[in-house]
Design a protein around this ligand. Structure first.
Ligand SMILES: Cc1cc2nc3c(=O)[nH]c(=O)nc-3n(C[C@H](O)[C@H](O)[C@H](O)COP(=O)(O)OP(=O)(O)OC[C@H]3O[C@@H](n4cnc5c(N)ncnc54)[C@H](O)[C@@H]3O)c2cc1C
Length: 377
């Protein structure tokens, strides 16, 4: 049983089906009817793609041994490996929780009334209609919680917003500020951070470090930061507070709303035998990004395949992966981060180029080919 058909769930079921066909019965459950890449949210926001182009319907998944069920998971019993959904109760020999991180924009007072969150699909698609109305004043891209998906995304948003405003002839009348909880944009990779900060300086983007946006005072159009500082804004693009999905907290797999599911770092198994947690929902110590969810899915899949075939135990999870970084001006960089091999995370930077722009497109289309059996439209 695989709960959640995001990066982790899709990769896991694909590997199992490719290796074992219908010798193993996999039930893949997701409440949504379609998958959307995280990076596609930025493409839609900035008008580079239409919403319909980035939705990949799950009904296209036709794989031996895999049954997709569109339903909401209401409760999980990890001891019995039993799951209750809106469409019945299911039990599995192996249970993989890949439900991602929930977003909680309401946790930041004023965000819903006076700001725009751009991390959910609906939020990002809505921003597409908000941006054309931004004519003058300050735009703040603000992070509201310490742990959030895709750490490069707020910086990418600032750089893409700059290009968007230049193209509309509105850059001179506007200012862009980015509020982040870290001291640098990508802490594990000083080289990547330097390149991003240089791009900010060139484009006159203000980087407000080691701060969170705690509230928006919508009457005064002011963002209140964690140290009490106030920043005037006209447009607020927010990264909402992330939390463990409530159904996972209630299952006893997580200690609380902000205590990501503890797992064995090598196998991704939880404290319950036969129950695994992969991707954003776990607390393995990597950043929250699709590539790390995929890597975790590969390790769990290899373990299941070894069990089935009676082969040797698979390699341990490495916790490394590469994220693409949009630099604007049609260029993309890449940062590879190894989170778990050494005493601290280590990143390697590949400078922004057109070649990496093409590589990023290939990254997306190859996933669609594997997961849905179709090229990216
Ligand atoms: C703006 C933005 C840009 C990003 N860019 C990148 C990037 O360039 N590269 C990268 O690697 N990552 C990127 N990410 C991060 C990436 O999208 C996530 O880290 C990744 O999707 C996590 O995979 P996952 O499988 O853990 O969870 P998800 O992909 O979030 O999947 C979880 C699934 O569980 C389902 N679900 C949740 N609760 C329930 C329930 N109760 N019942 C049924 N189904 C449920 C959800 O519908 C969802 O489909 C970006 C994210 C954002 C927001």
């Amino acid at each position: 049983m695989v709960l959640g058909a995001g990066f982790g769930g899709l990769e896991l079921t694909t590997i199992l089906s490719d290796a074992l066909g219908d010798a193993v019965e996999t039930v893949l459950i997701d409440k949504n009817d379609a998958f959307v890449f995280g990076f596609s949210k930025l493409d839609v926001m900035f008008g580079r793609q239409m919403p319909a182009e980035v939705r990949h319907p799950y009904r296209h998944i036709v794989k031996p041994g895999v049954r997709f069920l569109q339903s909401t998971v209401r409760s999980i019993d990890p001891k019995a490996r039993r799951v209750a959904t809106d469409d019945g109760t299911f039990e599995g020999d192996i249970l993989v929780v890949a439900l991602g991180a929930d977003l909680d924009p309401v946790a930041t007072p004023g965000m819903m009334e006076g700001g725009n969150e751009f991390y959910s699909v609906a939020g990002a698609f809505a921003v597409r209609d908000v941006l054309p109305r931004f004519e003058r004043g300050v735009a703040i891209i603000g992070v509201t919680g310490k742990s959030f998906k895709c750490p490069p995304a707020p910086s990418e948003t600032a750089l893409l917003l700059h290009d968007y405003l230049v193209a509309r002839g509105r850059r001179e009348a506007t200012e862009i500020s980015l509020v982040m909880p870290f001291g640098t944009p990508i802490p594990p990779s000083p080289e990547t951070s330097r390149a991003i900060l240089a791009a900010f300086e060139e484009r006159d983007i203000r980087f407000v470090k080691e701060s969170l946006v705690k509230a928006l005072d919508t009457g005064r159009k002011v963002a209140v930061l964690s140290d009490g500082t106030e920043m005037q804004y006209e447009l607020f693009l927010g990264v909402p507070v992330h939390r463990v999905p409530q159904v996972v907290v209630e299952s006893g797999l997580a200690a609380g709303a902000y205590g990501w599911v503890p797992v064995n770092k090598k196998t991704l198994e939880t404290n319950f035998p036969g129950v695994y947690a992969i991707g954003d929902v776990n607390g393995v110590g990597t950043a929250k990004a699709g590539v790390f969810a995929e890597g975790a899915a590969r390790v769990v899949a290899a373990g299941i395949i070894a069990q089935q075939r009676g082969g040797p135990s698979p390699e341990a999870y490495k916790g490394d992966g590469s994220c693409y970084v949009e630099f604007g001006h049609g260029l993309v960089g890449k940062v590879h981060v190894d989170f778990l091999s050494g005493p601290k995370p280590v990143g390697t930077f590949h400078g922004a180029s057109e070649a990496l722009l093409a590589e990023k497109a290939q990254f997306g289309s190859s996933r669609l080919q594997r997961w849905f059996g179709q090229p990216r439209s």
